[in-house]
Design a protein around this ligand. Structure first.
Ligand code: SF4
Ligand code: SF4
Length: 365
């Protein structure tokens, strides 16, 4: 296993992390928690030392299952990361210190630990949401940190690069968790650069595009060209090879998938993100009809946030639906796509020569 420094700290984290959101569904439903925990224990044996869980994952059993494994391990041999989300904290409509504490204490108990290494402000989709969450809860995080219950305050977000940059520059988080993969990597470059510059740790979720890359291996075959890696292994390696990225989280269900993760970073060569971006034009012809997130089109006179809609349309090209993407990754609604006047300004700018108007019309329905 390759270990990297978490940002500019001396914490040595495994290049591949254990994403504890994919424990075997039937085992979770059947209450076979010990069996699920064996996968986490196996990952630790193979050198993985970063475990990322959260309330609600795996029918709200992920923290408890991960805890079964972690309780059997020396505390100093792993880092554990979990989260407190806005919804969970809302309680009577406003996050309170009490329900923050209840959330944190529940996580500590489930994980069987005295402290959480990385505690996240969770699932921030836009700057408004971030501002509200920060204002209403950050003091609770700081207090818990002073008490030694949290080691590092971090945030997780689906915001595009410039918004990440705004948060990074205005605040002092130790690290961030972002979705990043061979499909969307251009969307977050400025955020990655800003975090690295500031010495923050960067952890990546969703390196396989929520399974889309594996399910569409033909389109992404260019990632593994010239190597003996499978496409999913190559997609993990693509992310892990970024010098700026500390941990690439993979959601493991089986021990064989853990082995895939280990193979993906064997003899890993790290490179700066800028070099990787230059080397990945719209590489294979296979993704030439997809939006790369370059942002060149983003000056619509009526304010349509085109790159977000085109990213969602990528899901259509990959045989999935755009609705989930809009709902969970971007703060725009399908109706907004219907505001397009058809002026064509964006299509003249698109580096991929995409039929943006037609795709917006499809989304608007
Ligand atoms: S064609 Fe539509 S989306 Fe593109 S710039 Fe004009 S109004 Fe905006
Ligand atoms: S210019 Fe084209 S490829 Fe780039 S973000 Fe806009 S739609 Fe996507």
């Amino acid at each position: 296993m390759i270990y990297k420094n978490y940002g500019n700290t001396d914490m040595k984290v495994s290049a591949i992390g254990f994403g504890a959101m994919r424990y075997d569904d039937s085992d979770v439903r059947a209450g076979n928690y010990e069996k699920c925990a064996e996968v986490a224990l196996y990952a630790h044996q193979q050198g993985i030392n970063y475990f990322d869980t959260a309330p609600h994952y795996c029918m709200d059993k992920s923290e408890a299952i991960t805890g079964i494994a972690l309780k059997q391990l020396p505390r100093e041999s792993f880092f554990v990361s979990t989260k407190a989300n806005f919804g969970t904290l809302l309680g009577d409509g406003k996050p309170t210190k009490d329900n923050f504490r209840r959330r944190l204490e529940t996580s500590l108990t489930r994980l069987g630990t005295d402290y959480i290494d990385f505690y996240h402000l969770w699932c921030i989709k836009n700057l408004d949401e971030f501002g509200k969450l920060y204002e209403q809860t950050y003091a609770f995080y700081e207090e818990a940190m002073k008490e030694g219950l949290i080691r590092n305050i971090v945030f997780s977000s689906h915001m595009p690069g410039e918004q990440l940059e705004t948060v990074i520059n205005a605040h002092n988080f130790r690290g961030m968790l972002i979705g990043y993969n061979a499909l969307n990597y251009r969307f977050r470059q400025s955020g990655i650069a800003a975090a690295y510059e500031k010495g923050m740790g960067i952890v990546v979720m969703n390196p396989l595009g929520g399974g889309l890359i594996a399910r569409n291996a033909d389109r992404f075959a260019y990632l593994s060209a010239g190597s003996e890696l499978t496409v999913p292994q190559a997609a993990l390696r693509f992310v892990a090879s970024h010098r700026e990225i500390s941990v690439t989280l993979a959601g493991f269900t089986t021990k064989a998938q853990v082995d895939d993760g280990i193979i993906a970073v064997r003899d890993l060569v790290e490179k700066p993100a800028a070099v990787i971006c230059d080397e990945q034009p719209s590489t294979g012809e296979s993704i030439n009809d997809m939006c790369t997130g370059c942002g060149y089109c983003d000056s619509c006179p009526v304010g349509i946030q085109i790159p977000k809609f085109m990213d969602a349309y990528n899901m259509v090209l990959l045989g999935d639906s755009f609705q989930n993407r809009l709902a969970w990754h971007w703060d725009v609604t399908a109706d907004e796509a219907g505001e397009c006047t058809g002026c064509g300004h964006c299509e003249g700018l698109c580096t991929q020569h995409l039929p943006i108007k037609e795709r917006l019309a499809h989304i608007a329905g």
